[in-house]
Write a protein of this length. Sequence first.
Length: 202
Amino acid sequence: MKKTIFLSVLLTLTTISYAYVPMLRTGRSWTYYYYMHDTNSFQYCTASNSILSDTVINGLTYYKSDFTKGLLREDIDEEKVYLLDTDGVEHLLYDFTLSVGDSAEIYFHDTATEDPVAYSRIYITGIDSIVDSTGTVLRVFNYLTYNVSLSYTEQGYYIERYGADNGLIDYNSRIGYTGCFFTDLRCAYDESGNLTYMNHEV
């Protein structure tokens, strides 16, 4: 499914100086549109994901959410986000240090069963910027990934602070094994419940 992000404010990265904006904070939440379909029709619904609490393990801060049994960790210095699975293994979810032309292996899994699926190599095709409702400048990473088993190319994007266009954790989960639903990030809220991001195209 081809996705296009239309932004009210588009900025040139080379003219802007900014600091990395963290994604994970207890109390933050995301709302998604889900598109469920069978052979005859589509069904549309919404669902929300939230960061519930945080804990310290071996000196590192991890976040518990309501959408995976694993724990999330963000390395602010490295500008990367990880998932700690139930076997105690960390997997890369986001890399905000990538440049156009770079690639990275990103972990994705089935959040319903918690079963690991695979790593998907994404290729960064462009980096844009937006300004959210708090006035914060955020980078938008556009990517392509190729599904070997189904022989097609998927494209999408992920946003600094807010994550991917179709899921914070399993944003590549639709590739290769679902085939029955798609998701779109609709909006996001901060720790106080204030709306900070709205996607007007979904």
